[in-house]
Design a protein around this ligand. Sequence first.
Ligand code: ADP
Ligand code: MG
Length: 306
Amino acid sequence: ELQFSSAVEAVMSYYPSVMRAIGGSEKIFEYVDRQPQVPPEGTLAPQNLEGHVEFKNVTFTYPTREDTPVLKGLSLELRPGQITALVGASGAGKSTCVSLLERFYLPQEGEILLDGQPLHSYKNQYLHDKISVVSQEPVLFARSVKENIKYGRDDATDEEMYRAAELANAHKFISDLPNGYDTDAGEKGGQVSGGQKQRIAIARALIRKPRILVLDDATSNLDTESEHLVHQALLKDSNPCSVLLIAHKLSTVEKANHIVVLEEGKVLEEGSHVELLEKGGTYADLVNKQNTGFQRSNPMTLLNLH
Ligand code: ADP
Ligand code: MG
């Protein structure tokens, strides 16, 4: 944004006729003023990070859609050794939370704290090292499985690679591939299924030893049992990270320590699976529908709050 506004300033000072031609300068100033002010990079890079994240009353509007806030006073906490799940209909604001956590944007109101310090007071590279995000459609290179996993950290040893693959519930299927870790993971090889790709992507994220792991619909191609195996393995690690688990499928999140139901950028209700069932609200309705209706036969039923 800084570069953009200085470019506009340059245009305005050197080309007044251009400014007149495009309708006067007020509009441009208005536009520049509305750009979010991302503060300069911070300086914090502590040796030890717990990975405790707090979103406090976060309100956020994308710069291009300023009349429609996407997050409206959202509070959310991620604790080390715990899985916090975020569920809600498409467009509810789940991935936006991830973009804010990665510091692509700054909230207009509220704050995001990491181990009690504002997120923006940390070095960018430090945040990049400590936060790993796996998305629904991971990109694998037309290289070996080994190179794809080690892409997460070039200097990782084979032992570290096996460990990451085990945590991602991937070691066994990789070992069973025709050439094991040397098997081509690219599209052309066609030897790796969608669910296997997702697990390779999770191993790639874990080899970096993040303190915060975000799985944004990252296990959508796994069956419920394999999903739960991955989740359990993550928490069995000796120094488990904070996990933010985003999912459409209700069965994905039922074992999470804490479930936050998001609707149009607001927290509708939260608690554990059991607490939310007892509460008898929206989450309970959806689970009941899945258990009684025709949806029972379809474990892939998508969560749709509307
Ligand atoms: P979810 O992940 O829950 O499906 P998102 O966080 O992706 O929802 O989107 C929330 C809302 O923000 C949607 O209305 C979406 O259209 C809008 N949105 C997402 N990304 C952008 C963007 N880069 N610019 C403008 N609007 C966006
Ligand atoms: Mg999303």
